[in-house]
Design a protein around this ligand. Sequence first.
Ligand code: UDP
Ligand code: MG
Length: 315
Amino acid sequence: MNLSKKNIAVVIPAYNESGNIKVMLDALHQTLSKLPYVYKIVFVDDGSGDATLETLKGLSATDEHLFFVELSKNFGHQNALKAGVDTVVNSSDAIITMDGDMQHPPEMLPELLAKWEEGYDVVYTRREEDQNLSTFKKKTSKGFYNLMNYLSEVKFEPGTADFRLMDQKVALVFSDFKENDLFIRGLVNWLGFKQYGIDFKPAPRFAGNSKYTVKKMFRFALQGITSFSTRPLHIAVFLGVITSFTSFVLYMGYIVYSMYYGHVISGWASLISTVVFFGGLNLIVLGIIGIYVGKLFMQSKNRPNYLIRETNYKG
Ligand code: UDP
Ligand code: MG
């Protein structure tokens, strides 16, 4: 028998989720109050423009389990998530991170915790295919994971979401990371430890709209790829080698041709298209290099991932 109960914390980044907080909180209480743990629910307000923070402050006045962390502005989902984990890590035996829109079902928490009790250090979740996702999101997500796995040294499982449980020892390591461009699902995968994956059916968003626009998703994907791999640079070199080899072969062909038939002056169109093609290729490759240089630049400034304006969290 365990006399002293273990501490668990649920970390929820929230950006303009005022319509979801109450329902989320009720669902969490309902599930967690039945379990033999001391639990804390920590919402990270990621610079919301709506009543998210006021709602949290109001509810936490009478709810001893509820805490808020207010960031100084919008730092993005991944940074908000890290802010939450950093806040609770020293006082929690396990940390569960999930979205604040009911898409990650709270009734799955007992399952995650059971696997943790079995001895797993990370219990992550995989979103099952189809369901309520738009075809566009399904396709892009699938394509993204295929590309990711091709381009990077870490293997990513399709559908992994930022809905997972981390043991304190894993969270402490994660908390120590000073990476600027966070791609948490990749980092956690990279960490190793004993991991277990559970499939889940995502529910529809309860209220509000998705904060991930196509532009944000694209940036997120690029971040994931360039944070875990330098393979795009190798591809750039490969492209360079292939094209210069091709042009060398063409040039030799031309020399041989002109020995038999004399100089040929025609071919303006092919000349221009070749020039434009290589101009474009140059820019692409330069862009790829630029992304990595840019990352070095941002990282070298060593700015914090987030700033906390106020919190009522007590360990
Ligand atoms: N989120 C955040 N900061 C942001 C964008 C999103 O904290 O800048 C939170 C959001 O409130 C939600 C979670 O991250 O709890 C996932 O966002 P969303 O549901 O919009 O993404 P989707 O499920 O559509 O991929
Ligand atoms: Mg969502």
